[in-house]
Structure formats: C-alpha cells, structure tokens
Design a protein around this ligand. Structure first.
Ligand code: ADP
Ligand code: MG
Length: 319
C-alpha cells in the first residue's frame, strides 16, 4: 500500500533550514493498522502530508496505493482518505450538507451520496447532530465528522493525523471503537499518527517510532517492549545478608541484575515465565523472598531506551 525510499523534507527559511523529515523508508502492507508515534515536532504530520500529496518531498520517493505521489498525485488522491490535524468541516455548514457535498465532490451520484452519508452518520454516531451547524458541535463530534468526511468515498487507505487529540477519554474510546469497526467491515488500511502512548499500544498492530525526522524503531508494540526494555522483577529479601546469594543467577537465566539494599531487581525478557522458576530456584538455595513485583515495560520505556528521553516528558503527552 505504501512504500517510501529516503523520503526527506526540508523547510528552508530566511534564518534556518528545518530538516523536518530526514530520509524515511517504509513499507506498509494492505490491511495494516500502523501508528506513527513520536513527540511534537518529530515529523509525523510532514510525513503524512507528503504521503497524501499535499507537500512535495525535498528528495526521496513515495508510492501510495500503487502510484507515485509526485508523478501521479491525482491517482493517489482518488484512493486515499485523509483526516488532517485541524478540523475539516466548514464552520457555517450543516453536518449533513457537508457529508453530501463531500460525496458529490468525490464523484458519487446524488443517491449514492445520500446512502453513504446515512451509513456514516450511523457508524460514527452522528445521528443527533445531522441538522446542526458544524460550529455548534463538541470537539469529539467535530472529530467524528472529520473522520466521516475522510471516509465518504470508501478509501482503501486512510490517513489520520492525531485523530483523538483534544478528546476526553470516553470520546476517545468511542472513536477507537468506530475506527476498529470500520476496519473490520471494510478492510481499510489505516495509518495514524499519535503522541498518546496508550493509543499506539492498544490500537496499532505495528508501531513506527519517529524522532527528529527519522524512524528509530519499527515493530509490534510487544516486540519493541521485549527487545528494548524487558520486564522488571523486583524482589525484596527477608534477610539483606542473602543478597550476595540471590544475585548468583541460575545458569538458565540471562538477565541484568541491580541491587538496592535488600531489594534485587532482575531485568529480563518473558518475566512472567521467568518469575515462578526464579522463585523456585531461590527457595531451593534457601533465599527467602518477602515480596515480589513484576513490571511489564510501556512504550515510554521503549522511547526512553531509544532516545534517553521520556516521551511523556517531552511535553507532547500533556498537550
Ligand atoms: N510549513 C513549515 N515551515 C517550516 N517548518 C515547518 C513547517 N511544517 C513543519 N515544520 C517544522 O518541521 C518539524 C516537524 O513538524 P511536524 O511534521 O508538524 O511534526 P509532528 O507532526 O511530529 O509534531 C517541526 O520542527 C516543525 O516546526
Ligand atoms: Mg503533527
């Protein structure tokens, strides 16, 4: 569905040149649900704007839905839906008119536009607001309308730029339910950007971490966490004198060990499997463990391991 090679975009200003995207190469298959995760300013929107033909790349190439974004932009646009970071509906227009108009703009007949609008109103739960002006909608309703507008022409490929930013948790959960249902029903390929760790974690099958305009990791969330952060087993010993014995790991276990007073921290993959075996081992050598805690890593631990910075602390997560 998407293939890019060395996709690059510089913004040349009077005082400085911003290297927003610095050579991104991607391969995204039919039907994938991919999240581009990164802090504010990482280059996510710029990447999406190049993929949707809104912005020409400085260098590199992108093929989207089988067509080159630079030489065949119209063919690309015919096949994609794009929901940008800002709202798309005209403030003084009525919700239903916006949907019908969008359908007609994409070449749907009068009747087909009406059917399609009705379908999307149903799917995106907009029934209560079809007769209202866009300016009177709540943030969540506006966002749902944006997504409906992006889907009117049944694109096989949908780009969503920070779809749930500014929504309350309930609205966000609803939106996600809608998006996942659409995908189930229509098999849509979805590429979204987010700076919400939880969103990337729970929704996307594949997470592409972007920082300073480059891809720094690309895998399933589970694999990223297992490879980069590992699980953390924290054990408090009953007798601090037994710490020396506790840190002598059994031969079957490869792990990093830290000691903090009577507390022994073991970092390893597959912590859930390791933990009971490790406790049996310690028991057999006479080490008494008073309490134990298993922490699975988050995508923020992954980002920290990759960049030395916390994504939560870049200010993005608070936005
Ligand atoms: N039109 C523009 N002119 C100049 N700089 C821009 C423009 N658009 C984006 N940038 C800069 O490019 C970088 C990446 O921006 P963007 O792609 O919007 O990041 P993200 O969507 O990940 O927050 C930022 O430093 C931003 O200020
Ligand atoms: Mg952005």
């Amino acid at each position: 569905m998407i293939r890019t090679t060395g996709l690059t975009r510089h913004f040349v200003g009077k005082k400085e040149t911003v290297e927003a995207v610095r050579g991104i190469s991607l391969d995204i298959g039919d039907g994938e649900l991919v999240a581009l995760l990164g802090p504010n300013g990482a280059g996510k929107s710029t990447t999406l704007r190049m993929l949707t033909t809104l912005l020409p790349p400085t260098s590199g190439t992108a093929t989207v839905a089988g067509f080159d974004t630079t030489t065949d932009p119209e063919e690309v646009r015919r096949r994609i839906g794009y929901v940008g970071q800002g709202t798309g509906g005209g403030a003084n227009q009525f919700v239903l008119d916006e949907l019908l108009c969008q359908g007609r703009c994409y070449g749907l007949g009068r009747r087909d536009s009406a059917t399609r609008a009705a379908e999307l109103v149903e799917v995106l739960d907009l029934g209560a607001v079809t007769g209202r002006k866009v300016s009177t909608l709540s943030g969540g309703q506006k966002r749902r309308l944006d997504i409906a507008l992006g889907l009117v022409h049944r694109p096989g490929l949908l780009f969503l730029d920070e779809p749930s930013t500014g929504m309350d948790p309930q609205n966000r959960a609803n939106l996600w339910e809608h998006i996942l249902r659409l995908r189930e029903q229509l098999g849509t390929t979805i590429v979204l950007t987010t700076h919400y760790l939880e969103e990337a974690d729970s929704m996307a099958e594949r997470v592409i971490v972007i920082d300073h305009g480059t891809v720094i990791a690309d895998d399933t969330s589970a694999a990223l966490k297992a490879d980069l952060a590992g699980d953390m087993i924290t054990m408090r010993l009953a007798d601090p004198a037994q710490v020396d014995q506790a840190v002598r790991l059994p031969g079957w276990l490869t792990a990093a060990v830290e000691v903090d007073g009577p507390t022994v921290i073991v970092r390893t993959a597959d912590g859930d499997v390791v933990l009971p075996r490790l406790l049996r081992h310690l028991d057999s050598v006479g080490v008494q463990v008073r309490s134990v805690d298993l922490a699975r890593p988050t995508l923020d631990d992954v980002f920290l391991a990759l960049t030395g910075r916390s994504l939560r602390e870049t200010g993005a997560a608070a936005a």
